[in-house]
Design a protein around this ligand. Structure first.
Ligand code: CAA
Length: 380
């Protein structure tokens, strides 16, 4: 068993670390306050290759493995989880989904622009009444011969207003239940496609989350992904990989908060010594570090499974479950280590604590991960 990263992995991790410190850190508090993420930073992430890391080089992607991707995700998330969720959705859900299941024309037309940052993608599965229960899609796409007519509402869509291309999951034949679901590529600006108001969120406030309305939107038949009825499997397979990316985001939030708490504890003095010399603090740091390292091993294992061509539904769900709990536990403790300063924005840990919560909710809540895990371990 070899735990060593390759030189290429280290290079990618260091490039992401450097970008996060020099480009993301300076405005992160302001972006959180104002709930906005500047387009120039998306462009810079595209120029550096962070938006299409695993996609095929012939469509502008980096052709990298999943380990490289999660190393970058961790580094970006240590500083700015709003930036990293954009990266995650574009890489694991949109680019990977199109690269793996799209046809040649779709890849040429859409994927090649999404990998470079020229265009940004969004993944639209959740609905007001179909978040966890993904088969209960109310959005419909009615077959009209050479096109479909799309109607419905999608909720909590990451990159909702900044995306250009949207992968939309919709019911095409209610009788067939999940086998009557399809996935479509929809472009911003098409007639009848409206972007709803921005959600006011607890965390990841720099990422734009919107509801989307589709009112008789004409979607050309060539924009359906895969065979008729493939949409639900498309969503499930794509989300399985997406969960590894979000697990890496959770790992990054946790390790970012831990590093801040450790540094702070070596500087801050109380009762005549640096607070790290008190066991009350040292033991907290020991617990945080141990939990993070366990999460890291699980995230790496899931990424490795994906790279090896193994099934990663189970390892990905377990990694997300554990890493997101770690993000919550560690960020709460990081605030505690900082005492009163932990409650103040300029120390960053309160933001990381707010950001951590979403990792237990999106791309499947912790309860959904337990459904996936328990079904997998009980099936034999
Ligand atoms: N890969 C391939 N196929 C899969 C699959 C997978 N991982 N999981 C399920 N399927 C298939 C099953 O094999 C089955 O197919 P057959 O009938 O041919 O056998 C079919 O899909 C239906 O499966 P289930 O009976 O297991 O479906 P279910 O209704 O019980 O639901 C679930 C399963 C796991 C709970 C699923 O609904 C689920 O994952 N829900 C959560 C959805 C989710 O993650 N939403 C997040 C939205 S996206 C987001 O958050 C992005 C963002 O903005 C950051």
């Amino acid at each position: 068993m070899d735990f060593k990263l390759t030189e290429e992995h280290i290079m990618i991790r260091d490039a992401a670390r450097d970008f996060a410190k020099t480009e993301l850190l300076p405005g992160v508090i302001e972006r959180d306050e104002k709930q906005e993420f500047p387009k120039e930073l998306v462009k810079k992430m595209g120029d550096l290759g962070f938006l299409g890391m695993m996609a095929s080089p012939e469509y502008g992607g980096g052709g990298m493995d999943t380990i490289s991707y999660i190393l970058a995700m961790e580094e970006l998330s240590k500083i700015d989880a709003s930036a990293s969720v954009m990266v995650s959705v574009n890489n694991s859900l949109v680019c990977w989904g199109l690269d793996t299941f799209g046809n040649e024309e779709q890849k040429k037309k859409y994927l090649s622009k999404l990998t470079t940052g020229e265009k940004l993608g969004a993944f639209c599965l959740s609905e007001p009444e179909a978040g966890s229960d993904a088969t209960s899609q109310k959005t419909t796409a009615i077959d009209k011969g050479d096109h479909y007519v799309l109607n419905g509402t999608k909720n909590w869509i990451t990159n909702g207003s900044s995306a250009d291309y949207f992968l939309v999951i919709a019911q095409t034949d209610k009788e067939k239940k999940h086998k009557g679901i399809n996935a479509f590529i929809v472009e911003k600006g098409w007639e009848g496609f409206e972007i709803g108001p921005k959600e006011q969120k607890l965390g990841i406030r720099g990422s734009d989350t919107h509801s989307l309305n589709f009112n008789d939107v004409k979607v050309p038949k060539e924009n359906r992904i895969g065979e008729d009825g493939f949409g639900f499997k498309f969503a499930m397979k794509t989300l399985s990989g997406g969960r590894i990316g979000i697990a890496a985001q959770a790992l990054g939030i946790a390790s970012g908060a831990y590093e801040l708490a450790k540094d702070y504890s070596k500087q801050r003095k109380a009762f005549g010594t640096e607070i790290c010399n008190h066991q009350a603090i040292a033991f907290k740091l020991a617990d945080m570090h141990t939990q993070i390292e366990a999460a890291r091993h699980m995230v790496m294992r899931a990424a490795w499974d994906k790279d090896q061509g193994n099934n990663y539904d189970l390892s990905g769900a377990m990694a997300k479950l554990h890493a997101s709990q770690t993000a919550m536990d560690v960020t709460v403790e990081a605030v505690q280590v900082h005492g009163g300063n932990g409650y103040v924005k300029e120390y960053h840990v309160e933001r990381l604590m707010r950001d951590a919560k979403i990792t237990q909710i999106y791309e499947g809540t912790s309860e959904i991960q337990k459904i996936v895990i328990s079904r997998s371990i009980l099936k034999d």
